[in-house]
Design a protein around this ligand. Structure first.
Ligand code: NA7
Length: 561
């Protein structure tokens, strides 16, 4: 391994999270020289950065890991739903077994990248960061020095949720105490024993944070705009020698997850809610509920996510199970409304252990923001539209991310025409295969916009990562210097993304799945909802048909230019 990361590799990968680690390993194994540019001081991406108390994974083990034999055969998980600390142990293990760090330029934040059509090279500018331990909502770094890298290939592995979103409330910077976004939590942690804490947002991050801080803080005020339809996690400890972690069982699970709709082990039941009588339905729902995790979401009746009535039946079951856990009548109405706040399962449900019990505590207040939103922040605390000021000492923002696109558009990537990605996508995102963009030759990205990203992360990363490697190997074998998506292929792929969701309940629901969580962002389908098998079929068909939908430049063409 190199004494320092390569400065002139054939591939520059942006981001040393799980996607970047996988790409580095897979491309190196295929004979490409690679280096990763990583803004933080350590590897792990989302898991490195999301240090807020309670952070853990919602996908049940053994699913949330790579199917790389030398890695999974030598690592044993202790929990079905590992905490961030246990996942960081896994990332250390990946590092040890796959030798990642020697290939990573740490503390290098990409601020600009453009493609030189004559030299056939990407030029990438980075700024050296000095601080990823920021405790405020400002970007977590202070730039100092600029470094330039070159490579024929650029791969963005910046992830689904890397660009934090903070609502632009007036007065935020006048608040007297600290403000922490879940994404930029201080390394040192925070002590809230004597503090009045506010948590704004009840998505996956908020739910986890509330469960942790609600037990520690002197008092907690939860600001909820939309109730989360949480599912019981039912985490269990895993035995290193147990049947779930044998090599044979893992090989079976990995094969299985390649064939399911979203890269989990389970699949939707092949029948309608209405196919069962009431008794059988209750029993079926009850079984999913008892198993916990995402079972009630991704293994439910086939029509729950598509048909209004079926969806309503699932919501009623959810509400009945959950209502009983909130003793206080007012809180119950806010957390488990009679009317479903949105179609069940069309936003990502979150898993909880004692969320409703924590919210039920006397020291925890739940503020319903529907019709009474946060208007501004003042020195003492938070002001809602009704004029009430709630005094707090610490504000925690669990307000989410400019998801799916933010990681790509926030790095200064420019196409051949000099136009930045953000500018290019202002009126709507266009990509080919959810991995390439026209005007951006030899640039690939994964686990982001227009891919099958509403899924199990490692499964999606392997699916797309393996294709990128296959495409690059084919290019090398056939003497192709560069490929670039055509505008027509982009238009067709984008149309398909939209067509799949047209008229579905998912499309009627606002969330980060369609960009509606960030005001001003175009609201449009951002995820391929056709399932893994169909996605795989289509992307490999492109390779089998001589890079259909791409313009190829052959090596000889370059020499002759
Ligand atoms: P999410 O799921 O986008 O959640 C953000 C939360 O913040 C959500 O409850 C929002 O309410 C709330 N929010 C956002 N803006 C505001 C304003 N202006 N006022 C009040 N509340 C607001 O982000 P997470 O970080 O929890 O999770 C992201 C993904 O990371 C997650 O799905 C996993 O895949 C991992 P809303 O629901 O929009 O009414």
């Amino acid at each position: 391994h190199p004494p320092s990361p390569p400065t002139h590799p054939s591939v520059l990968i942006i981001g040393a999270g799980l996607a970047g680690i996988y790409m580095l390993h897979a491309l190196r194994s295929a004979g490409f020289t690679c280096a990763i540019l990583e803004a933080c001081a350590g590897i792990g991406g989302t898991w490195y950065q999301n240090r807020y108390p309670g952070a853990r994974v919602d996908t049940a083990m053994p699913l949330y890991q790579f199917s790389i034999p030398e890695v999974y055969k030598t690592f044993k998980w202790r929990s079905t739903h590992p905490t961030r600390a246990e996942i960081m142990e896994y990332i250390d293990h990946l590092d040890k077994v796959l030798h990642i760090t020697p290939y990573v330029h740490l503390r290098k934040r990409v601020v600009e990248a453009s493609y030189d059509t004559h030299a056939r090279l990407w030029t990438v500018q980075t700024q050296t960061t000095t601080n990823d331990d920021d405790t405020t909502t400002k970007p977590p770094t202070t730039p100092t020095q600029t470094t330039t890298f070159h490579a024929p290939y650029l791969i963005s592995a910046t992830g689904l949720v890397s660009h934090p979103y903070t609502p632009p409330w007036p007065g935020l910077n006048t608040f007297a105490g600290p403000i922490h976004h879940t994404k930029t939590w201080p390394h040192t942690g925070i002590n809230v024993r004597n503090s009045r804490v506010a948590i704004i947002g009840t998505g996956a991050s908020g739910v986890q944070l509330i469960q942790a801080l609600g037990k520690e803080a002197k008092s907690l005020i939860v600001f909820q705009r939309t109730p989360n339809l949480c599912l019981p996690m039912r985490a269990r400890t895993l035995d290193a020698e147990g049947p779930e972690q044998t090599d044979e069982e893992l090989a079976r699970v990995f094969a299985r997850r390649r064939e399911t709709f979203a890269g989990y082990a389970g699949e939707f039941a092949a029948r309608s809610v209405y196919a069962d009588g009431e008794g059988a339905r209750e029993e079926f729902f009850g079984g999913l509920w008892a198993r916990g995790g995402f079972a009630f979401w991704v293994e439910n009746y086939a029509d729950v996510l598509f048909e209004r009535g079926a969806n309503g039946v699932a919501y009623e079951f959810w509400a009945r199970e959950t209502r009983g856990r909130v003793a206080d009548e007012r809180k119950r109405g806010v957390l488990v409304p009679r009317e479903a706040p949105h179609w069940f399962g069309t936003r990502r449900p979150c898993l909880e252990t004692d969320y409703y019990e924590v919210l039920g505590r006397e020291s925890v207040e739940v503020v319903d923001l529907r019709g009474n939103g946060i208007e501004r922040v003042v020195r003492e605390g938070i002001v809602t539209a009704d004029g009430v000021v709630r005094g707090v000492d610490v504000i925690c923002l669990a307000t989410g991310f400019d998801a799916l696109t933010g990681g790509l558009t926030g790095m200064g990537l420019r196409g051949r025409d000099g136009v930045g990605l953000g500018e290019r996508w202002r009126e709507g995102v266009r990509t080919n295969l959810g991995m390439t963009v026209s005007g951006y030759p030899n640039m690939f990205y994964l686990f982001a916009v227009h891919g099958p990203s509403a899924s199990n992360g490692p499964s999606c990363i392997e699916l797309q990562g393996d294709w990128i490697v296959a495409a690059m190997v084919k290019m090398r074998e056939e003497g192709v210097e560069s490929i670039e998506a055509t505008a027509e292929a982009e238009a067709a792929w984008t149309k398909q993304i939209h067509d799949i969701l047209r008229g579905t309940l998912v499309q009627e629901t606002n969330s980060w799945y369609n960009g509606a969580n960030v005001p001003g962002k175009t609201v449009e389908p951002l995820i391929f909802f056709g399932g893994f098998p169909e996605y795989r079929r289509q992307i490999y068909e492109v390779l089998d048909n001589d890079f259909r939908g791409f313009v190829k430049v052959m090596k000889e063409q370059v020499v002759g230019e």
